[in-house]
Design a protein around this ligand. Structure first.
Ligand code: AMP
Ligand code: ZN
Length: 112
């Protein structure tokens, strides 16, 4: 856990969040600044800042998150389709240095 990390604070319950799913490895919360009708973030419970610092365990949790999302589509409101995004580093405008997967859906998303 990192003192000044907003996602670590959410995991510890020091900052409130709307949690849709949580287990020992990760949680899925509503993004505070939604970029689509549904915008969630899946946050690893371990503080790993970047994808290029990913451990083997972290990599397996990312896989588990993707599998879990597909099983939770109805509950998350994304059964018509969704987009998963990981921003890595400054060219991608990563603002929170704690690995997370954006989950976007709930409407027809723009092509890119
Ligand atoms: P990124 O730019 O990929 O690092 O994404 C960080 C995301 O975290 C942004 O979409 C923010 O809106 C979101 N965010 C920051 N603080 C909070 C918070 N307290 N609760 C929920 N989402 C947050
Ligand atoms: Zn953190």
């Amino acid at each position: 856990m990192e003192e000044n990390c907003v996602f670590c604070k959410i995991i510890k319950g020091e900052i409130p969040s709307t949690t849709l799913y949580s287990d020992d490895d990760f949680m899925i919360i509503k993004d505070i600044n939604p970029q689509a009708k549904i915008h969630l973030v899946a946050i690893l419970k371990n503080h790993i800042p970047h994808i290029d610092m990913l451990t083997e365990k972290g990599a397996s949790i990312l896989g588990k998150i993707m599998s879990k999302i597909s099983h939770l589509q109805e509950k998350l409101g994304i059964s018509e389709g969704y987009r998963l995004i990981i921003n890595q580093g400054k060219n991608a405008n990563q603002t929170v240095q704690h690995i997370h997967i954006h989950i976007l859906g709930g409407e027809k998303l723009k092509d890119f």
